[in-house]
Write a protein that binds this ligand. Sequence first.
Ligand code: GLU
Length: 448
Amino acid sequence: MSQVKVRFAPSPTGKIHVGNVRAALLNWLFAQKEGGILMLRSDDTDQARSTKEYEDGIQHDLGWLGITHQAFARQSERFGEYDAAANWLKEQGLLYACYETADELDRKRKLQRARSLPPVYDRAALELSEAEKKSYEAEGRRPHWRLKLSQQPVEWQDLIRGDVKVDTSAVSDPVLIREDGQYLYTLPSCVDDVDFGITHVIRGEDHVTNTATQIELFAHLIRFKGAGTMPAFAHHSLLVGADGEGLSKRFGSLSIEGLREAGIEPQAISSLLARLGTADPVQPKADINELVEGFSFEKMGRAPARFDPKELEQLNAKILHDLPFTALADRLAALDVDEPLWLAVRGNIEKLSDVSTWRDMIREQIDPVIEDKAFTDEAATLVPDALDETSWKELVNTLKEKTGRKGKQLFMPLRLALTGLPHGPDMPVIFQLIGPEKARARLRGERA
Ligand code: GLU
């Protein structure tokens, strides 16, 4: 078999969100696993709504997540190819002109419904004579163009859904070109998939019916070009909210940019999205490449995958708790956090920005909380001039011997005085980072 080549094909008409990214990630994982290529395709045939800013934003978001692509194409640069294919389809009688207005089509559908018939386009336009078409054009009507489906069942072996069968007699002939001349997504997508040698089309199950019509279109295009092969298909289930409702309605704001701004790390997103909808447990993976080995379409179910933002936040904390300083060196430098401080506090944060709370607790002035002045005053006299990793243990042991205190009674007054808080990172490291002068002052109850 030839090298695997897949594509992620967003329309640059908005920001990408977790739903799109799941499709991108599944394509990437499959390509990585198979030693293949991922193409990023900008589906920008809708020139009125597509923008360069959105296209750049999508590339930036994918790069941030580590979803790398090895090839790129832009549909707006390929209209010549689509025109050639459309002209050939017209010559073959496979793409036919229709003159109904939106209102007329609507009326037809209503009549069908009233008679309990499926709202499938009745192909009235196929009966139009040349004279009738001319008279419509003379009225100022422009045609839209429909693909003539075989009205036969179309079947394929879906890599996720198994055997799928769609009867195209229950599907309206799809409009490929609008009356203003704009190509809808179907034709350009198939022309590109054939021209670029896409071996597997991996996308959401909302495209299952499209796939049936596209399989027919692929067959025509392969005949037209005298080359190319039909890709294999994998339709993944869609994400739903934790309550089972549709994701796009309830969580429309879950754009990748929004998550980044909310302090979610890319690894939390990839770790979650790679395993949602499979029986495998979701595990924090600090490197996206670690997700490749466990990936397989066979593990993916047909049930909707539940996306819970809370799970994402928990995963985010777990990712941060184990990340080495080097993985975040630039961002930590911007927060003026060095390696010892990072290692001391990373286990106590949920978002990276939380690190500044602990940084300030250590470096800035705080108001100590004094519970037992005599005890903490005594502790202050026992703080040596230089602190190392054993200093905390020595201080606590000496105080234990001198006062007979133990457990919480021994530790808590010290923690409260030194940090102003009843909880936080482990004291041995914190004590050392606070330093002897500040530690003595805080134990004496002074703002320091
Ligand atoms: N631009 C299409 C979409 O976003 C691509 C679908 C496909 O993968 O074929 O729905």
